[in-house]
Ligand binder design. Structure first.
Ligand code: FES
Ligand code: FE2
Length: 438
């Protein structure tokens, strides 16, 4: 089945000229097409394996706007199912997380094992006589892949492998999620909030917006909580619209190297990462980026923990910009840490996250105030005829051929090459005539 487009995306999205129409951040039809063309065809992050460590554990999540349940079966397989009964569509699992061997639908009582099989139908013989239960198991995406503990799904049967989809981005994801022998784990439950913003504003910012930090987050610089503002760093574009930004140390602020990670993590990291990967995070204040379309990450060191007896620490945060509607985003946000992390560092890191990039943190409040305001300003017909400007680095890109990692790197902290790559990929998906397979 092909999905006919109602918009001329070639005209609306012109990153090569540094222009993107504001219509794509506001129009409900564009949003509906995004769900079909991007979210039903991209690899989407749904959970981390550490959230469901034991047989029978499950969490309920969203893939685009479709509810899914992520389970660990008795034979230790991670499976993902559409959280919707095959009889009449009721969600078979209605809580955030738990442990069970089966899901019983609250409407008429069809019962599914946590491997998706339909194992119980009330009054089976009386109501149906014959019913082939084997073809009525919970719907399962054709592709589920667990990589460094990250559980991804893809609903497109023709999708490339996750490794091909990520390409060069894998090298950067290893730095974040495969930095130690034991790997990372999620701390607690994800924070969730519904914000009145288009999802792309978050992905756009996390993809590489170094330009907003000194203004939007000025409080943190003035209070010397965050050592930003050097204008030095790298923005990196990987094929597929995946991007990373590294911000260098401010030379005047003596911060610990390697994101102030504790000795226990550093020891394991030296045995796990290659020297170039270690070098990439040697003298940075922040590494953040976005896996197309909506999976973002940030690993940032803060100048102070607020406790004079505890040295600076960093935190690692992963987040999803869930496309609830054209002007609503459900933000899901997890804290992650290497399993080797000692308790004192865990506490300080978690507190630093809560203070800055947690939902009530100052950084997230700064950013979300801006993104909701932009979304409100996009509602009018005049605004929708206008474009956003993405010209930074267009005429002076400053490519860095000596960058130690893969991808195309630019030696500039202020550069919108990453956002241009995001929208170029976005346009590619939206223009493609191949839709979701029926
Ligand atoms: S909708 Fe689930 S049993 Fe009827
Ligand atoms: Fe920000």
């Amino acid at each position: 089945m092909s999905v006919e487009s109602t918009h001329d995306y070639e005209a609306l999205v012109r990153p090569e000229e540094g222009e993107v129409s504001r219509r794509i951040f506001a129009d409900p039809e564009v949003h509906a097409e995004e769900l079909e063309r991007i979210f039903a065809r991209s690899w989407l992050f749904v959970a981390h394996a550490s959230e469901i460590p034991s047989a029978g554990d499950y969490v309920t999540r969203l893939s685009g706007t479709d509810p899914v349940v992520v389970t660990r079966t008795e034979d230790d397989q991670i499976r993902v199912f559409h959280n919707s009964c095959r009889h009449r569509g009721m969600q078979v699992c209605r809580v955030d997380r738990g442990n069970t061997a089966h899901f019983r639908c609250p409407y008429h009582g069809w019962t599914y094992k946590n491997d998706g099989r339909l194992i119980g139908v009330p009054a089976h013989k009386y109501a149906y006589g014959e019913l082939d239960r084997s073809r009525l198991g919970l719907l399962e995406p054709p592709h589920v892949r667990v990589l460094h503990g990250l559980v991804f799904v893809n609903w497109d049967p023709d999708a490339p492998s996750l490794e091909d989809y990520l390409g060069d981005m894998l090298w950067y994801l290893e730095i974040l999620f495969a930095r130690t022998e034991q790997g990372i784990e999620v701390v607690g439950s994800p924070q969730r909030s519904l914000t009145a913003m288009n999802w792309k504003l978050g992905a756009d910012n996390f993809s590489g917006d170094g330009y907003h930090v000194a203004m939007t987050h000025r409080h943190a610089l003035e209070l010397e909580l965050f050592g930003g503002g050097t204008m030095l760093g790298h923005t990196i574009v990987c094929e597929g619209g995946h991007t990373v930004r590294f911000q260098n140390f401010p030379p005047q602020i003596p911060l610990p190297h390697h994101l102030a990670l504790p000795d226990e993590v550093m020891e394991s990291m030296r045995r796990t990462l290659d020297p170039d990967q270690l070098d990439a995070i040697d003298a940075i204040t922040v590494m953040h980026g976005n896996v197309f379309p909506n999976f973002s990450f940030v690993d940032a060191i803060f100048t102070t923990t607020g406790d004079p007896d505890i040295p600076p620490v960093s935190f690692q945060n992963i987040r999803l910009w869930q496309p609830a509607s054209a002007d609503e985003t459900e933000l899901w946000s997890w804290v992650t840490m290497a399993k080797e992390t000692p308790d004192w560092w865990r506490d300080a890191s978690l507190e630093t996250f809560v203070r800055s990039h947690g939902i009530a943190g100052t950084f997230d409040q700064d950013d979300i105030e801006v993104w909701t305001n932009i979304t409100a300003a996009n509602r009018g017909p005049i605004a929708r005829r206008q474009t956003f400007n993405y010209e930074i680095g267009l005429r002076n890109p400053r490519p860095d051929p000596d960058w130690i990692g893969p991808g195309t790197a630019y030696a500039a902290d202020y550069n919108e090459a990453n956002q241009r790559a995001f929208y170029s990929t976005w346009r590619g998906y939206m223009q493609s005539r191949t839709g979701v397979k029926a």
